[in-house]
Write a protein that binds this ligand. Sequence first.
Ligand code: FE2
Length: 360
Amino acid sequence: MNPKSIHDAKIAVVDDETANVQLLQRILKLEGYTDVSGYTDPREFLDTCRILPPDLVLLDLMMPEVNGFEVLKRFQESVDDFDYRPVMIITSDDDRDTKQKALSSGARDFLAKPVSPVEVRLRVGNLLQTRSLQLELQRHAERLEERVRSRTVELEEARLEILERLALAAEYRDDATGEHTRRVGRECAALAEALGLPSDQVEDIRRAALLHDVGKIAVPDSILLKQGSLAEDETEKMREHTTVGASILSGSRFPMMRIAEEIALHHHECWDGSGYPDGLKGDQIPLAARITSVVDVFDSLTHKRVYKRAWTTEEALDEIERLAGSKFDPVVVEVFLRMHGRVASPNASKPCEDDGKEAG
Ligand SMILES: [Fe+2]
């Protein structure tokens, strides 16, 4: 039914007397209603209304096969929005109890037999106007919901863009293109997927890994861009990028941000417990941080920085493989190597060494 016009409403007249059905159809058609179906067998009506439920039902109560109360009950069971599809009882039974029973069964109005055309037109018009307004309200609510949904998506996109820009700002001083950050996000997602993580976690890791070094904002250029080894206090300052990053990201209610906080804090932990800041060991290190750790080191090795040349892919893969079981989770390394077309050799492991310089 088009809420703008009640005259194309779908109306069903259910009465075992053919003459009554025809009279009501005639009155309604003369009033301009174009879709008025008549049923003398209520079972036929019930079969049809499951597929094409009417906007309004004019229902007789006293019928031999299935009485009006039973029809009302089954109609109610067969449609989801019974409350918005009015049923008007047409009966010669003026008994108060009957009316009360029909009302409590969900009927919305009564029409006494013999029917008056004026009364039929008035009551049908009123019931359909109400239904039309309810439909209009329903559509309005749906449009509002759609707007809220699309605004929520926009807000989410804006939030993610801000986070990405924050990550790029942290990366800017030693990689003005920001490509390291983006590559780490992409590779971490690919590795998480290869490890068999569910797709929503893969997407969270893709976004969260971008922020792994956000705490570098607090590291002075003199340390961040220094060529050669760092002094002890400089190493300490450099290592603080993990705790600073975690504190920037802490306290969020979004799962992705909680993963980002874990990654920022723990992406320099080592599988053998020799990493920082907390010296976590093995499975104590969150999986997302173990993934980011491998990807971050590999990407840093294979790209030039002011203090180092770019390693070849083969050299970097060798290094990752050697550090499996000491610096890195051996299972994560195995899957990472397979992603790069390699099979891990069984005894590759050397102690974790970290001079504080980012990713070796
Ligand atoms: Fe880092």
